[in-house]
Structures are given as structure tokens and as C-alpha cells.
Design a protein around this ligand. Sequence first.
Ligand code: ADP
Length: 260
Amino acid sequence: MEVLESLEIKDLRKIYKAENGDVLALKDVNLTVQPGEFVCIVGASGCGKSTLLRLIVGLESDYLGEIKLGDKILDGPSINRGMVFQEARLFPWLTVEENISFGLVDNKLSSKERSRIINEHIELVNLNGFAKSYPHQLSGGMQQRVSIARALVNYPKILLLDEPFGALDALTRLQMQQEFLRIWEKERTTVLLVTHDVDEAMYLADRIVVLSSRPGTISKIINVKATRPRDRNSPVFTEIKREIYKVLFKEEDQLIEYVI
Ligand code: ADP
């Protein structure tokens, strides 16, 4: 198991060069994520949530500011950061175990050791018995479990998830949130999860980071101290939700009064 390190983002700014002018996507983002912490990022569509994850995972290198994991400045993608997208992005011609194996990049492992790690991850995401199945034989939730296993197979120091449950039906989404907490509690990696679902963030996160609309900057950080598993109907949740909606809607000047 890797030693976890803190993620430090300092004065981050991202400008996209576009034909009809530059787009300032992120501005003055400062955030430190503690080792093993679960942070959710919420914000309106287009506020730069995916951009932030892409910068951290190393898919984009053209930015201003600094992103550090421990004392190392991040430079390009690395196996110490795993990524899960909204769509499972599995290879349709590979089985579950082959898809997970594809993510396991350590070529020095013996085939016995590879199989052990792959089986351990199939078990971790509760897909025992489906190792030889192909993606089309699995439900959307099961496919997403495979992509989570694939992202964890290198024991990353940090796991980044971009709307991982956004394409699932409402019931499966709730189940997957519960499942993901179980996985996180077992793996204890640092998690940064982007969602536009405020309830999801409240159910999962140690801290919720609210991004303003473009240019994305941190408007508010909310500590969620409630113990897990959390009661989705708790009055505290209603309070937190009101706080977050206030931030999200106020800046668009369309604050709605919620009577509960
Ligand atoms: P979110 O994930 O919050 O919906 P994104 O990070 O995808 O937001 O995008 C933030 C802003 O940057 C949006 O206005 C989007 O149009 C713009 N953007 C994203 N990618 C590019 C790109 N490759 N070129 C130009 N603009 C982009």
C-alpha cells in the first residue's frame, strides 16, 4: 500500500485558447486535500470542475500555479493518480479481468502476482463471478464498478472521479454511492470527486468545495462532520443544502426561496 500524501493546489489558473477568444476556466484556486480525505467538488455546469480534475490527473499541462502531491510538483499523468469518468470507458472486446489487467501497468509483476491483484480488485468492487464477462453483459452500475477497480489497481495515492454516477439511474446511483463508501473505507485512498448532485456530495464527502460559475474559483468550503453512514433525510442535510444552493444560485442572481 502506498503512503498517502497531501494534494496542494496553489493559485491555479487555467486559460483555454479558443478561436473566438480566450476562456478563463479556473482562477485563483487554492486547496489542500489531506491524505485519505474525501473531497467533493460541486458547481454549475461549465464552471471548470472537469478542468480541475484534468489538471490534477495530468491530462493538461498548460496552466499557471502549482499542483503538488506531497513535496513533488505534478508533471504529466502517473500511476499514482487514478481516474474514473462518467462513462465506464471499458474495452468492449475485453472481459472484466482483462479490462482491469489493462490498467495494471507494472510489467515486472509475475503472472501469479498480476492475477492475485486483479482478483483482489474484482472482489473489492463485488464482481465475484463476473471476471470472464464482457462489458455488454453487465449493467451500467457493474460497468462502473469495473472502471473503479481499474482505477484502483495500481494502488494510487489519489483517486479522481468526474461525475462517476451521473449516467446511472437514480436507484443505482444511490446504491453505488453506498458501495463506493465501502470501497473507500477499505482502500483509504485520497478521493476527489466531482458532482453536480449536492445530495451525493453531502452523503459522501468530508468536505464539500463549492465552485463559482466561470471563471471557476472556490466560493465556499463546507465541512461535513456527520458520521457515516449518513441519514439522507437528516435536518443537518437540509441546512447544508440550503447553504450550498445559496452560493450556487445567488451568484447567478436567481436565489430561490425554499420552504421546507
Ligand atoms: P464543468 O466540468 O464544470 O462542466 P469544464 O471544466 O468542462 O466545466 O469547462 C470549463 C469551461 O472551460 C467551460 O466554459 C468550457 O466551455 C471551457 N472549456 C473546456 N474545455 C475547453 C477547450 N478544450 N477549449 C476551450 N474551452 C474549453
